[in-house]
Design a protein around this ligand. Sequence first.
Ligand code: GUN
Length: 280
Amino acid sequence: MEKVIDGDEISSRVRDEVAEEVERMDRTPKLVAVLMSDDPASETYVRMKRQAADEVGIDSETVHIDPDASEDELLSTVEELNDDETVDGILVQLPLPDHVDEERAIEAVTPEKDVDGFHPFNKGLLLEGRPRFVPATPKGVVRMLREHGVDLEGQNVVIVGRSDIVGKPLAVLLLSRDVNATPTVCHSRTENLEEHTRKADIVVAAVGVPEFVTADMVSEGVIVVDVGINRVDGELVGDVAYDEVSEKAAAITPVPGGVGPMTVASLLENTVEAARLRQK
Ligand code: GUN
């Protein structure tokens, strides 16, 4: 097995598939990003998603809302997009300003257009094992491991991080009968974390702490997936101490060029899925 799991290469294959599918559709799918932030990172993410959409032939638009505007303004914008027949997918870029209730914003998006898979209804479907929109990062992680030739069935996968958008949904996805892995979710209160990670066949780092997972925490031959995107002194650094961990790993995802592009590709898949759903 190749040591480096190349997210750029694998995601480019996924995007080619999406482009072919878009070409076969009667109508061009449309994705709208709602951006209520002037954080450069959020602006960059939205720009990357739209550029990727453009490259596969998906129409896209960004609706900017002033970060000082009211929550009501955000909610009414989302309502309009829900009712807009030309719009297939809506994503509200997170994080939102402190005065806006994030849950309320997520729940405002109609589940049929919730391409992030963050609405409680879509989370429920995933939990029930009949997923509609699987959150993009967990979906991308599973896809990239499969494409790299990793058989997840029966594997002990230790996820470090229990976030609502990565850790938790990834655990549920791994548990599904489509994947049949054995997930363990660790977090900041887990005792003897390294005892868990050392037993893992696969470690997924999604804590948001630069270089949190070190070589002493993993066993020889482990497969490591790094979901972290941290900016340290102007450079992008993952949640894994890449150089030392890669010496022990059988396979590992880099940052950048690992999970990030897979997340974007999965969002495009979800957008096509949303357009198909609405066609029915
Ligand atoms: N902020 C960080 N990750 C995500 C994501 O996957 N979707 C949205 N909408 N916002 C995010």
